[in-house]
Design a binder for this molecule. Structure first.
Ligand code: ZN
Ligand code: ZN
Length: 367
């Protein structure tokens, strides 16, 4: 096995601060999130974690300095490879180091981050298109104000747990392996409280129902989720989880959404389709109550569309808008007056179309 100081790239007499700095640098370099599926990087990541774990413990470091690997208990002394057999153990052991530097992984020290919460938020179609600020009610644990969230009576402080020396984890040899487990004394918190805060009974958090103001950006769609970082549950003595706001958008019969395009179906008579002219349509302007006059081309066919560029739904958190697609729905009248029928027959004759009508109540006027 490589010399532990060499692994971290520091001098033998390096201070704890230097060790930590060196380890952070290596952890960042070989972080599994940055080196997906890279076995070599993963081994380096474990090797650095193992070296740091041993050297950051004063007793183990002294033993190593004097006797080398023989001075260590467990796997390392027998050359069995790093004390950490998998990456997840490293995150749970050094989560606080990753937390501030790398944004963690699954939130670093899991037991110390509050739970994520989920709330549902209903929006009307115009609210989804143009954005809105809405209040949502959330019941969650928040940091206790009396003790500042540490659970200790004001004037006193939580002390480092004597069993794990504040690490929250204990390491012991089990057969050939070094096994990490949550400290049984402080249950992973790393701290013990002698004088608990009376307000929260030492938990550091209190349940609270709050009204939060949620800003919904323009262009959101049904089923999308907004993340409010740090607005979730607060863990005792730890960071808050996130609040996820799931959006439910009502439909609007005038508009159909397809991505960031909005489809508008406009019924027109076949006469108008043939002749063309001006048609009034609904638009998304004025909070989806706008109107515009558009040109219908003479000879418009069923299924023809008119595309109004940049008049669709705003792109979320980006500039620009989708398109408004006007779909012409050409309608044939179901009933005609006698006069209209006369006109139609005249038209048919002019077009040279032979129309053989069924005999009956309306039949037999021709020829
Ligand atoms: Zn308190
Ligand atoms: Zn402990």
């Amino acid at each position: 096995m490589r010399d532990l100081y060499e692994v971290l790239g520091v001098e033998r007499g390096a201070s704890q601060a230097d060790l930590k700095k060196a380890y952070r640098r290596l952890a960042q370099q070989f972080h599994p999130d940055k080196n997906p599926d890279d076995k070599v990087a993963e081994e380096s990541f474990k090797e650095a974690a193992n070296a740091y774990q041993i050297l950051s413990d004063d007793d183990q470091r002294a033993a190593y300095d004097r006797y080398g690997f023989d001075g260590l208990k467990g796997a390392a002394s027998r050359g069995q490879g790093p004390g950490f057999s998998n990456v997840e153990d490293i995150f749970s052991a050094f989560g606080d180091l990753f937390g501030d530097f790398l944004g963690g992984r699954g939130g670093g020290r899991r037991q110390q981050r509050g739970a994520d919460l989920r709330v549902d938020l209903g929006l009307t179609f115009p609210e989804a298109v143009w954005g809105v600020t809405k209040d949502v009610k959330v019941s969650r644990d928040v940091a206790c104000e009396t003790c500042g969230g540490n659970g200790a009576k004001p004037g006193s402080k939580p002390e480092n747990c004597a069993t794990c020396k504040g690490k929250g984890q204990v390491v012991h040899a089990q057969g050939f392996f070094m096994v990490q487990s949550t400290c049984p004394h402080c249950r992973g918190a790393g701290k013990t409280i002698k004088d608990p805060c009376e307000d929260c009974r030492g938990r550091g958090t209190k349940p609270e129902t709050t009204t939060l103001s949620v800003t919904v950006p323009p262009g959101v769609d049904d089923g999308q989720t907004l993340r409010l970082a740090g607005k979730g549950e607060t863990a005792p003595g730890g960071a808050a989880g996130h609040l996820y706001v799931v959006l439910h958008v009502q439909g609007d019969e005038r508009f159909r959404r397809e991505g960031d395009d909005v489809l508008t179906e406009i019924p027109i008579s076949f006469v108008k389709a043939a002749l063309g002219g001006e048609v009034e349509i609904h638009t998304l302007d004025d909070n989806c109550n706008g109107t515009a006059t558009v040109e219908l081309k003479a000879g418009t066919q069923p299924g023809d569309v008119l595309v109004r560029r940049g008049q669709g739904i705003p792109h979320v958190n980006a500039s620009g808008r989708g398109e408004q697609v006007v779909q012409w729905k050409v309608e044939i009248p179901k009933k005609l007056s006698t006069r209209q029928m006369e006109l139609m027959r005249e038209l048919a004759a002019d077009l040279g179309e032979e129309v053989k009508e069924k005999r009956g109540l309306f039949g037999r006027k021709k020829s």
